[in-house]
Design a protein around this ligand. Structure first.
Ligand code: SAH
Length: 214
């Protein structure tokens, strides 16, 4: 069996005792975790060579499938240690050697590893303005932020676009498509770091999500 399928099996078993994902049926997990995660592959592959991080990885999506397919050095980031510990165990057990985990806040990672990453992903984490602020200090110039959105209001989109210059991130793709279940719409919002942000980042921990920049 494919290593991604094995990862999903192990995760669903672990999920019986620890809350890692709401999606518990194998059938819907195939689409909503594996297929959906890999729908970002072509965007991740557009990024320059270099390390990849999945921000707010939860149960390891989209990070684990993308790590397996790209072979990039991958860091799965989540502030909940219980989650990263379980993911690390499964990844070690399956011998997925290019993946490691970071138990901590994205803002702290940015302080420890500024401008280290070529590409970042985020699914079901925060609004676009918050994601942009969290991501910008982690990316080197030319690096990409791949946001997996579902419903995106015009207001959220416009707010994100208004912050492009301040945060040094430019929109390069805004694509909408349907997954194979015929009912899940995915919207990919992809930005490229084109310059240093105008503000000093990260701000105080929590601010990016609690009080997004105007
Ligand atoms: N990406 C996964 C999980 C989404 S839930 C999926 O799509 O299935 C969002 C996750 O982000 C949670 O596990 C939460 O602990 C984590 N998170 C939220 N804000 C964070 C922050 N500032 N730093 C690190 N992790 C964060």
């Amino acid at each position: 069996m494919d290593v991604i399928e094995r990862y999903l099996d192990e995760l669903l078993v672990a999920n019986e005792t620890t809350n890692l994902t709401r999606i518990v049926s194998r059938e819907s997990a195939e689409v909503l975790h594996i297929e959906d995660s890999l729908s970002g592959l072509k965007y991740v592959n557009e990024a320059p060579e270099g390390p990849y991080a999945d921000l707010g990885t939860g149960g390891g999506f989209p990070g684990v499938p993308l790590a397996v397919k790209t072979g990039r050095e991958t860091l799965l980031v989540d502030s909940v240690k219980k989650k990263t510990a379980i993911i690390q165990d499964i990844v070690d057990k399956l011998g997925i050697a290019n993946v490691s985990t970071y138990a901590g806040r994205i803002e702290d990672l940015a302080r420890e590893m500024p401008e280290r990453f070529a590409v970042l992903t985020a699914r079901a984490l925060s609004s676009l303005p918050s994601l942009m602020e969290l991501a910008s200090p982690l990316l080197f110039e030319g690096g990409l932020l791949v946001c997996y959105k579902s419903h995106l209001s015009d207001e959220e989109r416009d707010h994100a676009l208004s912050l492009q210059d301040k945060l040094g991130l430019d929109l390069i793709h805004d694509d909408t498509f349907m997954l194979s279940d015929g009912e899940t719409t995915r919207r990919m919002f992809v930005m490229k770091k084109f310059k240093q942000p105008d503000v000093k980042l990260p701000r105080k921990t929590g601010m990016a999500q609690k009080r997004p920049l105007k």
